[in-house]
Design a protein around this ligand. Structure first.
Ligand SMILES: C[S@@+](CC[C@H](N)C(=O)[O-])C[C@H]1O[C@@H](n2cnc3c(N)ncnc32)[C@H](O)[C@@H]1O
Length: 344
């Protein structure tokens, strides 16, 4: 072959197109989000004494903000949206429109609600647009409901009726929505677990789900397995976030950084984006204030502040078994070196 000298064509506009791998990094670097928790409103119709919602400012997303967020989530190629709180999502005046918009923007939708404001119209929208729907009941009796939700017997009965309504709508519409009822376990609530499971089954829910109250390490796994054996069948599942119970007592985190924040985030009802749902409204976790800074979601997400939050997050101060914990463990493994990894 002739060893011919070639000269620079000074055609940088063409050359850049030959670095597809670099371009992929350039376009894709911000597109790490998989799941976003979205608080539509900070208003609430329950009074849970141990609520972790951080909803004191009573704020609510405007319709224009919801449109901006849905567009941003679509552009960032986010995949799942957990509509939660904050406050109670069913109270947002455009709740149904928001579900429709998020779904048509390509999102899979999960919904957490206390279920008190459910009606037939909302139930039909949930059946149509949501992948999962969880009603937070946290009681099997009115007495326990008073303790966990700070609400009277009348509200407890209403929510039980609404569980039946949702089960009926799911059946009538043939919706594949996974419909569960949630129960937070702790030393004060463990005595109601069986009454709760029996009630969920009677009301026609698809599953009864146990998770621990943050900071309460009461081990309920034995009782859970007993209830699963006794009540679980083809139409009704008894489930628990077992990985959280397993982590009780292992307060020490096996990773030093929260890499999970690039994949999972939260947008609050005052239109702010934070590094973590457990640190809503904490200034050092603020990635962007889209309302007062008049920024789009994409602008907020690509900001330098996201990296500052990442750099400044001290995971030792984070709650145990947080949402990102299990995949943070995996990401730590990935970030570490592996000797002779080329020789598999
Ligand atoms: C704050 S609520 C807001 C959404 C909605 N109002 C509801 O009740 O589901 C969001 C989630 O936080 C959970 N939650 C509330 N207080 C908690 C606590 N002390 N520990 C763990 N989870 C809690 C609820 O079970 C619910 O799934």
């Amino acid at each position: 072959m002739e060893n011919k000298t070639v000269f620079n064509g000074f055609n940088s506009s063409e050359k850049i197109l030959h670095h597809v791998d670099k371009l992929e990094h350039f376009f894709g670097a911000q597109k790490t989000l998989v799941v976003t928790e979205l608080d539509l409103t900070n208003r609430c119709n329950n009074n849970c004494p141990l609520c972790v919602g951080v909803k004191e400012n009573g704020s609510e997303l405007t319709w224009d903000e919801i449109v901006m967020i849905a567009r941003g989530l679509k552009n960032l190629e986010n995949r799942g949206v957990i509509v939660s709180g904050g406050g109670e999502p069913l109270l947002h005046p455009r709740f149904i429109d928001a579900l429709e918009l998020l779904k048509s923007s390509g999102m899979e939708i999960g919904l957490n609600s206390n279920g008190l404001a459910l009606d037939a119209e909302k139930a039909e929208a949930i059946a149509k647009y949501c992948t999962y729907f969880r009603i937070s009941l946290d009681a099997g009796t009115p007495e326990m409901y008073q303790k966990t939700h700070g609400m009277p017997e009348k509200s407890f009965r209403r929510v039980c009726e609404n569980v039946k309504l949702m089960a009926e709508v799911k059946k009538q519409t043939g919706s594949p929505v996974s419909f569960t009822v949630g129960f937070l376990t702790g030393r004060e609530t463990v005595c109601d677990m069986e009454a709760f499971v029996a009630l969920c089954k009677e009301c026609g829910a698809g599953a009864a789900q146990f998770r621990p109250f943050t900071g309460d390490n009461t081990d309920v796994t034995e009782e859970f397995f007993r209830l699963r054996e006794k009540y679980g069948d083809a139409n009704f599942r008894v489930v628990a976030s077992l990985q959280k119970y397993r982590e009780f007592g292992s307060d020490c985190k096996s990773y030093g950084r929260c890499r999970g924040m690039f994949f999972s985030t939260v947008i609050t009802a005052d239109c702010k984006i934070f590094g973590c749902l457990h640190h809503r409204q904490e200034p050092e976790f603020l990635i962007g204030d889209m309302r007062s800074e008049k920024k789009t979601l994409e602008e907020a997400w690509s900001s330098y502040r996201k990296w500052q939050v990442y750099e400044n997050t001290d995971v030792a101060k984070c709650p145990p078994y947080c949402r990102n914990d299990s995949f943070n463990r995996v990401l730590e493994e990935l970030a570490g070196d592996c000797v002779h990894k080329e020789f598999m």
